[in-house]
Design a protein. Structure first.
Length: 117
């Protein structure tokens, strides 16, 4: 263990401790799942980047650019949702969905305020 390592050494005693790590026997399936999760992470990063662009354009007051960026965001979100739905072992975290809804609500309310509604 190194200087800033936060791991704690504790022995595993069968019947007393709970085993939390189960080694995989099917390495091919494990590798496939790993590659799928990495593709999912790439898609999630693209969605987050597009959200930042939407918020930047919204803050700058560029409504035309904001609308174009919002369309791109919707397509990237749909692409991510489609990929996750096609692969049964993948899942989305619920917190990300809640945060996404909050960002939309905030950006929609900011747009209405700016437009005088």
């Amino acid at each position: 263990m190194r200087i800033n390592c936060k791991h704690h050494k504790c022995p595993f005693i069968p019947g007393v401790n709970e085993q939390r790590h189960f080694p995989t026997e099917d390495m091919v399936a494990n590798d496939k799942l790993y590659k799928q999760t990495q593709v999912q992470r790439v898609l999630e990063r693209k969605v987050r980047k597009q959200k930042r662009e939407c918020m930047m354009l919204d803050a700058a007051g560029n409504l035309e650019g904001f609308e174009e960026a919002s369309v791109k965001l919707k397509s990237k979100e749909a692409q991510l949702k489609d990929y996750v739905d096609k692969n049964s072992q993948l899942h989305r975290r619920r917190m990300g969905v809640l945060m996404l809804r909050n960002i939309r609500i905030i950006s929609e309310s900011c747009g209405k305020k700016r437009m005088g509604k």
